[in-house]
Design a binder for this molecule. Structure first.
Ligand code: SF4
Ligand code: SF4
Length: 75
């Protein structure tokens, strides 16, 4: 399971990451990208590579039974 994290201070709303994602994880809303389908992310990092601003990062959270993830979801 992956989490897509976007730094909106760095993002210039170019939409490259949305175009780069073949899984339809990202969508532009009010000129900013949002991970609308995070469950479909398979961690290919194409969105990261497409971002010239370094504004988008894909983080691996481990599998569903991972205790780290359960901790993260609680908080
Ligand atoms: S890592 Fe791949 S599947 Fe996940 S949001 Fe980025 S481009 Fe899409
Ligand atoms: S590619 Fe980077 S700068 Fe462009 S919309 Fe996506 S996160 Fe923002």
């Amino acid at each position: 399971m992956y989490r897509v994290v976007i730094d909106y201070d760095k993002c210039i709303g170019c939409g490259n990451c949305v175009k780069a994602c073949a899984m339809g994880v990202l969508e532009m809303i009010d000129d900013e990208p949002y991970p609308v389908n995070p469950k479909d992310c398979h961690g290919c990092q194409e969105c990261e590579k497409s971002c010239e601003q370094g504004a988008i990062k894909v983080i691996y959270l481990g599998n569903k039974n991972n205790s780290f993830l359960r901790e993260t979801e609680k908080g």
